[in-house]
Every structure is written in C-alpha cells, then in structure tokens.
Ligand binder design. Structure first.
Ligand code: NAD
Length: 267
C-alpha cells in the first residue's frame, strides 16, 4: 500500500513543539507517515505556528503545489486554519475528505538591474522602499501606460490574501482571495507643490503588469521587501509586477472562515 506521507514544520515555540509531538502521534495512529523534512511525495504539508511560519514554509518549499494547512499557535493566524485544541477533529475531517482547497495567488516581481534579472514571488506582498528610510522616487507604469511619478516611503503591491497584512495597515482595501487582482497601495505618498503622488490604493487586474522604474539617481538606494524579507539591488533599472501563474493550495475546512477571520481578528 502507498505510504501516506505528511510533512510537518513547526516554529520553535514551546506550544508549537508540544502540538507537533501530539500531531505526530495522532497521524501515526491514523496510518500516516509524518515527515519532519520536506518530502516531495507527501500529500499534505502541515505547519504549526503563526502566519510567519506559514509564509516561511511556502517560501522554503518553493511554493509547492502540495496542499498546506496551518495549525495556529500564533496571535492572528490568517493563514492558520486549525485551532490546536481541535487536532482530532482536523484529522477526522481530513480522513473523511471534509475540506476544500483554496488557491492562494502569488505576486511576482521580475527585477532588472544593469547586469542581471531575477524573479521573486510573495504570498502577501512585495514593497519597493528605499535604504536608510529615505524617500523613493519612481515612475509607475501599468501595461506601459505612464501613471505617475511616485514620491513617498514606498509602494506596496499585495495579493488578495496579503490584503489583510501590511497592506491593511497602509489603508489598503480588503480583497477577497477569489479575485484575480493585485492592489498597489502607496505608503506615505507625498503631495505638495513639488511632488504629486496618488494617495489612494488601486486594484489592478492580475494579468496586467505594473512597472516601477526608479529615477536614475536612486538606482542604488532601493530596498525590496518580499513578505517581510529584505533585498537590496545596485543599478536597479526596472521591476515588473503581476500575479504569478503559480499558486499555493491551502486546505480549508469551513467556507465561512474568511468572514470569521475578519470578524474575530479585526473587530
Ligand atoms: P511576522 O511573522 O511577525 O508577521 C507580522 C504580523 O503580520 C503578524 O501579526 C502576522 O499574523 C500578520 N500577518 C502576516 N500575514 C498576514 C495576512 N495575510 N493577513 C493578516 N495578517 C497577517 O513578521 P514577518 O515574518 O517579518 O513579516 C511577515 C508579514 O508581516 C509581511 O508579509 C507583512 O505583511 C507583515 N508586516 C506588516 C507590517 C504592518 O502591518 N505595519 C509591517 C511589516 C510587515
């Protein structure tokens, strides 16, 4: 009979390690083979911790198509579907196929410097900022149409599922995860007689390309944040952003969890 492998990652908190041990035992009792390292033949990834643990795991696993489910031992837990006191119910529902798969979109940045190009993807958001908390000055195009010369702290491009994260703190809108869109949200846009920057977030179709072209004199002072991780580029020429063709599969046990999350975690 084919082995039913389940990958498990946990952050280092006492609570997460305790839950991990309990889960390993329950999975073995139910005929599964838990794996502490990422096994590409697994049928499910379980990550125990907060949203940060989920985000780290999907990056580390190179945005695998294997469905992922989170057990929340953190504070907010937007990505973390299962409560630690409901492990038995989680396994029962999983055994019975009482779940659905939700696709999470990724935002993808193609980065061009004078010498190289590379692609980075984010689950929540990609933010263009400046080193040493300086202002950014960047030209913004949507499908090659010039939109604005933005000046301010930064420009944040979020996925629908990332709209409840940093985007929300910057007055971005909440966007349902089923929508194939990205949101461009300004961070502290400057408006004066010298600078004119859009102050409102814009929702843009996911297949469109947002191009950020920093002014030449700022080509060496950029900071890119991808889900909170910092990247620095010299001679940055351009960044093209769109929704990626790749998606993450997340297990959900209640169709109402999105609305429950908004109510329970924000209100
Ligand atoms: P972290 O793991 O400590 O997360 C920071 C907070 O963001 C946590 O409370 C987490 O629950 C919450 N969060 C993460 N993803 C979320 C989502 N999709 N919806 C609602 N809340 C979410 O910090 P980190 O690992 O350095 O960064 C991860 C994320 O933190 C980034 O992707 C960014 O969205 C967020 N962040 C938020 C702010 C802000 O709100 N001012 C600033 C920086 C980073």
């Amino acid at each position: 009979m084919k082995e039913k492998i389940i990958n498990i990652v946990a952050n280092s908190s006492y609570e997460s390690r305790k839950i991990k041990q309990k889960l390993i035992k329950l999975l073995k009792d139910n005929g599964y083979t838990p794996s502490k390292n990422f096994n590409p033949d697994a049928e499910l990834n379980v990550c125990i911790g907060g949203d940060g643990t989920f985000i780290n795991a999907v990056h580390k696993n190179n945005f695998t198509k294997i469905p992922t489910v989170g057990i929340n031992t953190g504070h907010l837990g937007f990505y973390q579907e299962v409560s630690p006191d409901k492990l038995e119910k989680f396994i029962e529902d999983y055994n019975n196929g009482d779940y659905s798969i939700e696709e999470l979109k990724l935002v993808e940045a193609e980065i061009f410097t004078r010498n190289k190009s590379l692609i980075l993807s984010g689950v929540n958001e990609i933010v263009l900022k400046a080193k040493h908390s300086k202002i950014i000055h960047t030209n913004v195009y949507v499908n090659r149409n010039f939109l604005e010369k933005f000046s301010g702290d930064g420009l944040l491009i979020s996925t629908p599922s990332g709209s409840t994260a940093y985007n929300f703190s910057c007055n971005g809108s909440l966007v349902h995860h089923s929508l194939e869109v990205m949101q461009m949200t300004p961070i502290a846009p400057i408006n004066s007689v010298v600078y004119r920057s859009l102050t409102s977030p814009i929702i843009i179709p996911g297949s469109y390309t947002i191009s950020l072209v920093p002014e030449k004199r700022y080509a060496n002072s950029n900071l890119l944040l991808v889900d909170g991780k910092e990247y620095f580029f010299n001679n940055l020429k351009k960044i093209n952003l769109k929704l990626s063709n790749r998606k993450i599969n997340k297990l959900v046990f209640s169709q109402d969890s999105y609305w429950e999350n908004l109510r329970d975690k924000f209100l």
